[in-house]
Design a protein around this ligand. Structure first.
Ligand code: FE2
Length: 263
């Protein structure tokens, strides 16, 4: 059996502290640890020191999304970090990798990052469904365990991707909307699915941002710099058990922990 932990969108420094705390006691329970990290640096983007910090906690691979290039310095290292993923359906000239193959002992995992197009304002993205087909044809071959981070806004698009991929991959994990959905299940042909795994980070604002700023954005339509909210944090993730021989999901469980105190 392959045991995987998938951590929901990491939002800022307090989220990173939660992850460090959580993994310090249970890193050894998992074969692979995956996380969406597109909000890890002050809510948007990735820097080299923060990527290395996430790896130091025991995270094996980090997927991104619409904030992949929010910190321009990522261009200095994205082509040399094979376990830092940007969505595979970006146009082919965009730097970085859309998937990676992780190996530990005799276990292998193909981790793919895809992004939805509905309500994402990403007009030049290729179809995530076509990109999925291409990767499976070209890369999967003898690898049984496959996890997709599908970074998308629309519940319908996420559901469609899950059923499209059912029986071809081990799990489709939705990210981006930051609110954990209570619909985790294993589909008919053996693919685990959750519409959104949720977020890790400050939980008293609006998806991690101070509520006053978001209210002002909605009521006045004025540009405003986002600031992360303070106070309590949540740790959202799912754990996955995957049959090593068939690649079918055996179990998917939600993890939702509240940290009242700042770590
Ligand atoms: Fe996002």
């Amino acid at each position: 059996m392959i045991k995987i932990l998938f951590i929901g969108d990491i939002v800022g420094k307090s989220a990173r502290n939660c992850i460090k705390h959580y993994l310090s006691s249970c890193r050894s329970e998992y074969d692979f640890i995956l996380a969406n990290g597109e909000n890890a640096v002050s809510g948007a983007g990735m820097t080299y020191p923060v990527l290395k910090e996430l790896y130091s906690f025991g995270i094996d691979a980090v997927s991104m999304g619409n904030h992949t290039f929010s910190k321009k310095e990522i261009l200095h290292f994205i082509d040399s970090e094979k376990n830092l993923l940007r969505p595979a359906n970006y146009p082919s000239k965009v730097p970085g990798f859309g998937y990676t193959i992780l190996k530990k002992d005799q276990k292998k995992l193909l981790f793919i990052n895809l992004m939805g197009r509905v309500y994402m304002n990403m007009l030049t993205l290729d179809s995530p469904f076509t990109a999925f087909d291409k990767i499976l044809t070209e890369v999967k071959k003898d690898i049984r365990a496959v996890v997709i981070d599908f970074h998308a806004e629309a519940t319908s698009e996420k559901g469609a991707m899950a059923y499209y991929a059912d029986g071809k991959v081990s799990a489709v994990i939705g990210t981006h909307t930051h609110v954990q959905t209570a619909d985790e299940r294993i589909l008919e042909k053996g693919t685990a699915f959750i519409t959104d795994v949720g977020m890790t980070g400050p939980c008293e604002g609006v998806i991690g941002v101070k509520k006053e700023i978001i209210i002002e954005k909605f009521t006045l339509q004025m540009p405003k710099h986002n600031q992360l909210s303070k106070g309590a944090n949540i740790f959202n993730a799912v754990s996955l058990d995957i049959d090593e021989q068939t690649g079918r999901a055996l179990d998917i469980r939600r993890i939702n922990i509240l940290y009242e105190d700042t770590l």
